[in-house]
Ligand binder design. Structure first.
Ligand code: MEZ
Length: 589
């Protein structure tokens, strides 16, 4: 498959000739010639970790992303799902730019301005115990009520909830942009008893949500946490809506008995939407969000109570912030190859659908002060990660009607089974990959599928046999598979694999296929928490002042998470953690 995109440019005022002509050939020297260091910095050498002033300068000159997005380009990073992030995330002033898109995609031929500039050592490589000790010995440089570590959905929800509860909040994110793994969430948010379910006449019950989640997690989940997830799920939707989200579309995810996965109208991916909403809401609430700020130590006193954190800032170096409460919302370890190999050796070397920030930092930070871990070795492989990229092909595609076949064109499992079973089934097929096959009716219905097409991930043909030829499947097998499936659709019964729901037949040309294989998707285990989102020590007592929410925790999902439960988890337990962290900080002043 060939990507048609040949190049993109930062903004229209840069011609290739002008930025390539510079002798040092980096963004800074180009601007120096245009007006000196002050065209970007207030005072060179005094740059905040978030590079806020510098980014204001970029935008004041070049405009917002909406102005920079070039409609003539097939793919334009300025209009991508990263949303409104710092320009300097990719366009570095004094070093080679970094094309973050290619951490997940494999776009060929994308050329960035100043690409021949020199690379520098990453600012955050490795632990520096000496610098950490010095920062603690020097004492806190500042004090706040609540520190939230990690600016994905759990972190933003915790920070906003803590702020609404009256606390001063600092939100620290190690990455150059916020969003974490949540930003990549495609599917949706599971909730029961919502206005949306009522409108679609979906009959659902809290008990069913609990049962489905426990069954999906092989009954290894903490039932108290699952009960909270189900009971507070509808309130979580209302909370997101109150912050500006649209969660009006409903679909079914694997392992759920009814349609309870909520997502934006038109079937858009949920993650970029809610992260955009949460970014804006946190600004409105006055959360002090700092990017390029990695927490390297949780600081406790002699009674094991939290007294703050040590931060390693990109520009400010190591410093301590004092706080009575800290919320860990650092996400899972699905992008940390060493941790995956250690905790789940059978998944060693497997691709991952996760954001590059999912490196398990919170687990290490919490372990270092005696936190207990729950199910730390349970790692979920998502069955349908793009075979030639790290892009997740959402289970929505199966939910709205796609079938899954092996390299020969034969179905081998119910497409709606839980992820662990679907992944295991693919790994038992020849060459350990599969194809999702669907028709034009589905293509028109699911906006995200049009997005995969835009990314050139789909094979397309006018007939089923032509599709088989293009993809190397056996023509007679694929034709038989499709005609059998259409018969099952008509009779309302899948005779082979008892698929519970068949929303569409596969009849309308063109027909499509996308190649998929299992990839690390979610780490179910993590720090142990109680129902107040307090982190527990190895005697199962709360570590006073430490809270956690989202994928850094264990217990909610048991051995296998259901699709749509992660986003719900981040919102519901993010809110609980933030509210209780604020309460603790304000009451112990
Ligand atoms: O919750 C998820 O991980 C999810 C629904 C993913 C997906 O396949 O879209």
């Amino acid at each position: 498959m060939k990507l048609t995109l040949l190049s993109f440019v930062l903004c229209s005022i840069f011609s290739t000739a002008s930025w390539a002509a510079n002798d040092k050939n980096d963004l800074a020297s180009f601007h120096k010639e245009m007006g000196g260091c002050k065209s970007c910095h207030t005072q060179p050498g005094k740059v905040s970790d978030s590079e806020t002033y510098e980014n204001q300068q970029c935008k004041s000159c070049h405009g917002e992303y909406s102005a920079l997005a070039n409609p003539k380009l097939k793919l334009d990073p300025h209009a991508s799902h990263l949303g409104d992030i710092n320009c300097t995330s990719c366009h570095k002033g004094h070093e080679k730019p970094k094309l973050y898109c290619n951490e997940c995609h494999s776009f060929k031929g994308l050329e960035m301005p100043f690409n021949s500039a020199q690379s520098k050592e990453p600012w955050d490589k490795g632990w520096d115990n000496d610098a950490i000790s010095k920062a603690i010995a020097a004492g806190p440089k500042e004090t706040t009520d609540v520190i939230v570590v990690g600016a994905g959905s759990a972190g933003f929800n915790a920070a906003i909830a803590a702020k609404k509860a009256g606390a001063q909040v600092v939100l620290l994110e190690k990455g150059p942009f916020s969003g974490g793994n949540s930003m990549l969430a495609a599917g949706g948010y599971n909730a029961v008893g919502t206005a949306q379910q009522k409108e679609h006449k979906v009959d659902d019950k809290i008990e069913w949500f609990v049962e489905d989640t426990m069954k999906g997690g092989r009954y290894a989940n903490d039932p108290k946490l699952v009960q909270i997830l189900a009971e507070q799920s509808a309130d979580g939707i209302k909370w997101l809506e109150s912050l500006g989200a649209n969660m009006d579309d409903l679909k079914r995810s694997g392992g759920a008995r009814v349609d309870r996965t909520h997502r934006p109208t038109g079937g858009l991916s949920v993650g970029p939407h809610i992260i955009d909403v949460l970014r804006k809401a946190s600004v409105k609430e006055g959360v002090d969000t700092r990017l390029n700020s990695k927490v390297v130590k949780l600081v406790i006193d002699e009674d094991q109570k939290i007294v703050g954190v040590v931060v390693h800032g990109k520009h400010s170096g190591h410093y301590m912030i004092a706080a009575k409460s800290v919320v860990l919302a650092t996400g899972g370890y699905g992008f940390n190859k060493e941790m995956v190999a250690f905790y789940r050796p059978t998944f060693k070397g497997m691709t991952s659908s996760n954001n590059i920030t999912s490196t398990g930092d919170g687990i290490e930070l919490a372990k270092a002060i005696g936190a207990s871990m729950t199910d730390i070795d349970w790692v979920q492989a998502h069955p349908t990660v793009g075979k030639d990229s790290r892009i997740l092909i959402s289970e929505t595609v199966r939910g709205v009607g796609a079938i899954m076949v092996n390299k020969d064109g034969n179905r081998f499992v119910s497409e709606l089974t839980t992820r662990d079973k679907a992944s295991d089934a693919i790994l038992k097929q020849p060459e350990q990959y599969a194809w999702l096959v669907f028709d034009n009716e589905l293509y028109k219905k699911a906006k995200m599928v049009q997005g995969y097409d835009h990314l050139d991930m789909l094979e397309k043909a006018n007939t089923v046999s032509e599709l088989a030829k293009i993809t190397g499947m056996k023509e007679s097998s694929l034709e038989k598979t499709v005609s059998n499936y259409n018969r099952y659709f008509k009779q309302g019964k899948d005779e082979e694999f008892a698929r519970e729901q068949m929303p569409l037949p596969l009849e309308k040309a063109p027909f499509y296929a996308v190649k998929v294989a299992p990839g690390i998707h979610h780490t179910m285990g993590g720090v142990a928490i109680d129902t107040k989102a307090e982190v527990l020590d190895i005697q199962s007592k709360p570590l006073v002042g430490l809270f956690a929410a989202g994928e850094v925790t264990g217990g909610v999902h048991g051995y296998n998470r259901l699709g749509g439960n992660a986003v719900a988890d981040t919102v519901i337990f993010g809110k609980i953690a933030g509210t209780n962290a604020a309460k603790h900080a304000l009451e112990t002043k």
